[in-house]
Design a protein around this ligand. Structure first.
Ligand SMILES: Nc1ncnc2c1ncn2[C@@H]1O[C@H](COP(=O)(O)OP(=O)(O)OP(=O)(O)O)[C@@H](O)[C@H]1O
Ligand SMILES: [Mg+2]
Length: 532
C-alpha cells in the first residue's frame, strides 16, 4: 500500500496540487491522469521518493519498481546492466567494485572498501543478479542474443520491455509506470495490457492513451482543479463522474450566489433602519454561504498552425533504390518514391519495421544536414528546389538544450524575429506570461513536444517530417496537431501509431511489412476496405 497525506507541490505561482491525501491499495490498478504539465510525473516522483514534497508525507513499501517517462535515458548501457540497475544499491556497489579492481594499484583503504562492497552485493543477492535478470528478460521475450547489446541499438518496443524488466527486478510490491505505451505499436500495447492485468502488486500508471487506461485500470486518480481525486473505474468512467460532480458543484454554487444576492438586497434596504437584528442575522448568513470560487480546470487546447515561408518546388523529394542494413538485418531493401508538394504521407507499421530508418536515410542526404553522421548503404535522394525541412525526431526531448529559458530556446532558431512574435507563438502554445521564463530543464514531456512545435511554427518550413509526434501529448494537443496537419499546405511525412491521425491526415500510405514497404495511393479508409 502507498499512502499519501496532505501533500502539496507548487512551482513559483503555479500550484500543481494542494493538500492531497489518498491511498493506493495492493491488487488495484490505478491510472494517473491529467493534461500535459498537470504534475503527473512530479507526483510519481514524490511517490517514489525521488522528489520531496513541499508539505506532507508519503508512506511506501520497501520495494517498488519505476519506469520513467524518458525511455532513452539508458541508451549508453548494456541491456543486462540496465535491468540490474533496477536495484540501485546493488548497482552502485557493483559499479564501485569494478572501478576499484580497474585501478593499477590498490591501497589498504581500497581493500577495506572491497570487503564492505562484497557485503552489500551479498545482501542484495548480487551473485545471482545476472541470472535473475536473464530470467526476467526471457519472460519478457527478449532473446539472449540481445542481452549484451547496447540499449541504443534496440527499437522502441524492446526498450520498454527491458525497462519493465528493470522495474520488476527484485520483485517489487508496487509498480510505478510513467507513460509506458509511448512509442509502442498496437500489438505491443496489447501485450503490455495483458502483462499488467496479471500483476498482483499495486500498479500506478500514467498515460494519455484512453484505450490503454480503460482496459488496464480499476481506478483513476485525476490531477485537476489543483488537487487529485480518485474515481472508481477506468478513464471513461472518470470523465463521466468528473463531469457530473462538476455540474452539481456549479449548480450548487449558482444557487448559493442567488441566495446571497437576495440577502444582500435585504441588508442594503434595511441596514439603516430599525430591523437591525434581522440585518445582523442575514449578514451572518451571507458569511456562512460565501461561495469559494471553484478552482479552474487546467485542461486547455493549444492552437497549432504551420505555415510555410515559401513553397518548395513541385517535386518535394525523389529517391531511388534506397538500401540500409544494420549488420545482418536488412531494413530498407531497395525502396523508391517520388513525393509531390502538398502530399501527406503516413508511415505505419510495427515497431522496428524501419520507419525511422527511412526518414533518416532521406534527411542525411539533405544539403542543410551534411553534418548528419547517418549513412545509407545505397540509393539516390534528390530534394526539391528550396526544400526547407522541419524535423521532429522520435526523441524530441533531447533536442531541447537545458540551461535556457523557454523564450531563449525558441528565439535562437530565428534571431531576427521580433520578441513579441516569439512570445505570441509561445502564448498560443500555452506558454504564456511566466511560463516563457521557465527553464528548459523543468519542462514536462508534453511541454517539450509543444515547444518543439513552436520551433516549426516559427521557422515555417515547407516540408514537415514527424517521427511519432503524439507520444507524450494529451488529447487536446493531439487534436490541435491533427487539425494543423490537415490545413498545412506543404508536404508532410508522418510516422505514427495513432489511427485517428492516419485516417484524417494521410493522402498516401507507406505500410511497412516484414517483406517490404507497401505503397497505397489513397486515404486510410480505402486501404482498410481493401484489406478486408
Ligand atoms: N524544477 C521546476 N521548476 C519549475 N517548474 C517545474 C519544475 N519541475 C517541473 N515543473 C513544472 O511543473 C509542471 C508539472 O510537470 P510534470 O512533469 O509533473 O507534468 P506531467 O503531468 O507529467 O506532464 P506530461 O503529460 O507533459 O508529462 C510543468 O508545468 C513543469 O514545467
Ligand atoms: Mg510526465
Amino acid at each position: 500500500m502507498i499512502s499519501v497525506s496532505n501533500v502539496t507541490m507548487r512551482y513559483g505561482s503555479k500550484i500543481l496540487f494542494e493538500d492531497v491525501s489518498t491511498t493506493f491499495t495492493p491488487g488495484q490498478r490505478y491510472g494517473l491522469t491529467g493534461p500535459n504539465g498537470a504534475g503527473k510525473s512530479t507526483f510519481m516522483k514524490i511517490l517514489s521518493g525521488e522528489l520531496e514534497p513541499q508539505k506532507g508525507e508519503v508512506v511506501r513499501p520497501r520495494k517498488f519498481g519505476v519506469l520513467h517517462q524518458d525511455q532513452f535515458a539508458f541508451d549508453a548501457y548494456r541491456v543486462i546492466d540496465t535491468v540490474i540497475m533496477g536495484n540501485k544499491s546493488l548497482w552502485a556497489a557493483l559499479d564501485e567494485r569494478e572501478r576499484i579492481y580497474a585501478k593499477p594499484e590498490m591501497s589498504n583503504a581500497d581493500g577495506m572498501r572491497l570487503g564492505e562492497l562484497e557485503g552489500i552485493v551479498g545482501d542484495e543477492d548480487g551473485y545471482a543478479a545476472e541470472s535473475d535478470a536473464a530470467v526476467l528478460l526471457a519472460g519478457l521475450d527478449i532473446p539472449e542474443s540481445l542481452h549484451n547489446r547496447k540499449m541504443s541499438e534496440l527499437q522502441g518496443g524492446q526498450k520498454v520491455r527491458i525497462l519493465l524488466a528493470q522495474a520488476l527486478f527484485g520483485k517489487p510490491q508496487a509498480l510505478l509506470l510513467d507513460e509506458p505505451t509511448n512509442y509502442l505499436d498496437l500489438d505491443s500495447i496489447h501485450w503490455l495490457e495483458d502483462f499488467l492485468l496479471n500483476y498482483d502488486g499495486t500498479l500506478i500508471t500514467i498515460s494519455h492513451d484512453r484505450h490503454f487506461l480503460n482496459s488496464v485500470t480499476t481506478h483513476t486518480a485525476d490531477i485537476d482543479y489543483q488537487t487529485i481525486i480518485t474515481y472508481t473505474g477506468g478513464y471513461d468512467e472518470m470523465v463521466m463522474a468528473k463531469t457530473q460532480v462538476r455540474s452539481r458543484l456549479e449548480s450548487e454554487n449558482a444557487q448559493r450566489e442567488k441566495k446571497i444576492a437576495q440577502l444582500n438586497e435585504f441588508i442594503a434596504r434595511f441596514a439603516a433602519g430599525t430591523r437591525s437584528s434581522q440585518v445582523t442575522s442575514r449578514r451572518k448568513e451571507v458569511e456562512r454561504l460565501q461561495t469559494n470560487d471553484l478552482a479552474r480546470s487546467n485542461i486547455q487546447r493549444p492552437y497549432i498552425r504551420f505555415d510555410q515561408e515559401r513553397p518548395s518546388g513541385k517535386h518535394a523529394i525523389e529517391f531511388k533504390e534506397l538500401r540500409k542494413s544494420y549488420g545482418e538485418q536488412t531494413v530498407i531493401d531497395g525502396f523508391s518514391a517520388s513525393i509531390t508538394r502538398g502530399e501527406r504521407i503516413c508511415l505505419m507499421g510495427r515497431n522496428g519495421a524501419g520507419k525511422t530508418t527511412l526518414l533518416r536515410c532521406l534527411l542525411a542526404q539533405h544539403p542543410d544536414r551534411s553534418d548528419d553522421d547517418f549513412t545509407l548503404d545505397a540509393g539516390d535522394v534528390s530534394w526539391g528546389h528550396e526544400a526547407h525541412v522541419g524535423y521532429f525526431p522520435q526523441d524530441v526531448g533531447a533536442t531541447i538544450k537545458p540551461g535556457l529559458t523557454v523564450v531563449e530556446w525558441l528565439h535562437q532558431w530565428s534571431p531576427e524575429a521580433h520578441i513579441e512574435d516569439v512570445r505570441g507563438i509561445l502564448g498560443q502554445m500555452l506558454f504564456s506570461g511566466d511560463e516563457g521564463a521557465k527553464a528548459t530543464d523543468a519542462l514536462s514531456g508534453g511541454e517539450r513536444a509543444r515547444l518543439a512545435f513552436c520551433k516549426l511554427i516559427l521557422t515555417k518550413p515547407n516540408i514537415l517530417i514527424f517521427d511519432e509526434p503524439t507520444s507524450h501529448l494529451d488529447l487536446e494537443a493531439i487534436n490541435a496537431l491533427n487539425i494543423a496537419l490537415q490545413k498545412y499546405e506543404g508536404t508532410v511525412l508522418l510516422v505514427t501509431h495513432d489511427y485517428d491521425l492516419i485516417d484524417e491526415v494521410a493522402t498516401r500510405l507507406w505500410a511497412f511489412h516484414d517483406n517490404g514497404i507497401e505503397v497505397f495511393q489513397g486515404p486510410y479508409s480505402e486501404w482498410q476496405s481493401k484489406q478486408s
